[in-house]
Ligand binder design. Sequence first.
Ligand code: COI
Length: 331
Amino acid sequence: MKALVYAVRPDEIDFFEQFSKELNLDIDLCSSNLTEDTVEQAKGYQTVIFLAECKVTGKVLESLKSFGINHIVSRSVGVDNVDWEKANELDIKIANVPAYSPNSVSEFVLTSTLVLLRNYHHYLDRVQNQDFTITGLVAKEIRNQVVAIIGVGKIGFETVKNFTGFGPKEILLYDPFEKEEVKKYGRYTSLEEIYKSSDIIVYHIPLLKDTVNIISKKNIDKMKKGVILINVSRGGIMNASDLLDGINEGKIAGAAVDVYDNELSYFRHDWREKNIPDTTLVKLLAHPQVIVTPHAAFYTDEAVSNMVSISLGNVKEFFDTGNSKNIVNKK
Ligand code: COI
C-alpha cells in the first residue's frame, strides 16, 4: 500500500520523512498540484494526499477510481476544491485535517485587523521612503469597536477568544450551529444585526452554495459606514469588484484579503516583473485601504507539521481499516 503526495512544498519534506517513518507508511512526494493533467501519476498508488490548491474535479476522481483508489486525503481544512457529488457517486471517501492549528489562522486575523486599524501598512510605506510623518494616520482602538465573527467553528472560536483579550465593545457571532462554550465570549445574532452594528467583520466560513459572494453589494449596502472586513476563508465568498466599490464609495474603511477567487493563477507564484492580466486583482493590490496576502493565514511551523502528521494518520487509518475518523463526505 502506497500513497502519492501532491503539491509538496520544500518546507514539508522533512515532516513527511519523519512522520511516514513513524507510521511505517510508504509514500512518494511530488511538487505538482493534483489536476486533470497530473492525475496519471497516481496510477499504482492506493491513495493520494493533496492541498486546497489542487483541482479535484469529477474527471480527476473518475481517473483515481479507475486506478482502484477509494479514498483520498486533503491536508487542508476546506475541501471545496473536491467535486463532492462525484466523490459520493463513485463512493470515494474524502478525509481532511479538521484542525491543524486554529491558532495559526486566528492570529493572522488579529494581525490583519491591527494592521488596518493602526494604519501600520501606511507607516511602513512612509518610513521606507524616509517620510517619518504621522499626519492623517490617527488610528482606532479595538476596545471601541464592535467585532463580528461570521462562522464560529474551531478557527472562529479561537478568533473570538483572541479578540476578547482586547476588550472590544461587543463581540457578535453568527453561525447556524450555536455552541454553549462560545456564549460566554460573545452574543449570537442575525446577519442583519451584524451588518448594521459591526465595525469589524471577520469571515471564517466554508465556501458553500449559500456562502458564495456573501460579501456582495447587497450585503455591503447594509453594513455600517467605516466597517473593516477580514476574509481569510475563501475567495469565492467575496465579490471583489463589489468590495472595491464599497471601499471607493466610503462604506468600507479597509479590507484584508488573504484569499481571492482567481488565486490559483497567482498565489504561490512569483509574478515580479510580469503584468497581471486580472484587473480586479491589480486594483486590490494597488488600493491603499486593502491588504492582500497570498493565502498565508495557515502558514506556521505548527500548522505545517500537523497538516502532514494528521493527513498521514488518515492514510494509515484508511490502509488499516478502510475508514478514517476524519471523513467529511459521510453519506
Ligand atoms: C485550508 O486548510 O482550508 C486552507 O485554506 C489552507 C490551505 C491553503 C493550506
